[in-house]
Unconditional design. Structure first.
Length: 280
């Protein structure tokens, strides 16, 4: 990928972070840490890799996207808005009465959303079903499922992983946001999911590991995962919770906690500086 294109995608990720943060500040609630850790991934998927059309959100052969860790929806809302599925200005209604941008995504109300989210652990099962449907119908679309590292403590994730491996769903890509923190502490101390790579491999999956904040590495990983090889692929993303803002990074209280006015001030200054530098 050309350096200029990498810069464009980094800029898009910075805009996603700033816009979702503004929405969370207005709503006075929302999940910053896990939303920030997937912003770079969403930039690569929505603006470079996925076959989608804002003018035709239900296009039959579109790639499907599922945010299994659905509480991080403000990041996906921002990506959808900048991609043209709905006005960016609508982000101001996040988690507000009368707005269609609720605290979890609803496929019947939001263009570009392929699965309504709620309880954790369900997205990979639905994704496997979509991927199997594509195989049965001889369709070429891919299914992308983003899970959290804390979320994969759910047993349903591994039932879905077993099924996907059994059916050889090489059109299914699971992206694990391994930011090492969950709501109550580190994943290691709460209920360790490690080694994540070996567990997926045991269920007949290909496994790719990459830096989840490196645009080129993300692009290469998605390309590798998209190669037809008879197996689904798990991309294990090495990420930082709250990535992009100094006061948020690796701070467990920002899983779902509210920043102070001072912390918001720091965050917006840092994001504005990033955007200005990338636009130069």
């Amino acid at each position: 990928m050309e350096e200029s294109r990498i810069k464009e995608l980094e800029l898009q990720a910075a805009k996603i972070r700033k816009t979702l943060l503004q929405a969370i500040r207005t709503a006075n609630s929302g999940h910053i840490g896990g939303s920030f850790s997937i912003a770079d991934l969403l930039s690569v998927l929505y603006f470079e890799k996925m076959n989608i059309d804002p003018e035709n959100p239900k296009m039959e052969d579109r790639d499907r996207f599922i945010l299994s860790k659905g509480h991080c929806c403000p990041a996906v809302y921002a990506a959808l808005a900048y991609r043209g599925f709905f006005p960016v200005e609508d982000m101001s209604g996040f988690r507000s009465l009368g707005s269609y941008l609720s605290g979890h995504m609803e496929m019947n109300h939001i263009p570009g959303v392929d699965m309504s989210t709620g309880s954790l652990g369900q997205g990979l099962s639905v994704g496997a079903g979509m991927a199997l449907s594509a195989k049965c119908d001889k369709k070429s679309y891919r299914v992308f499922v983003v899970t959290g590292d804390g979320e994969i403590e759910e047993g349903q994730i591994w039932e879905a992983a077993m099924a996907a491996g059994n059916f050889g769903l090489d059109n299914l890509i699971c992206l694990v946001d391994n930011n090492k923190l969950q709501i109550d502490g580190s994943c290691e101390e709460i209920m360790s999911p490690y080694p994540i790579d070996e567990k997926f491999a045991a269920f007949k999956w290909n496994v790719v590991k990459c830096n989840g904040h490196d645009i080129q590495a993300l692009s290469d990983a998605v390309d590798k995962a998209s190669e037809p090889n008879g197996k689904p692929t798990a991309i294990i993303l090495d990420t930082v919770k709250g990535k992009g803002v100094s006061v948020f990074e690796n701070q467990i209280r920002f899983h779902g906690g509210r920043p102070s006015a001072y912390e918001y001030e720091i965050a917006f200054k840092e994001l504005d500086a990033q955007i200005t530098g990338l636009e130069a």
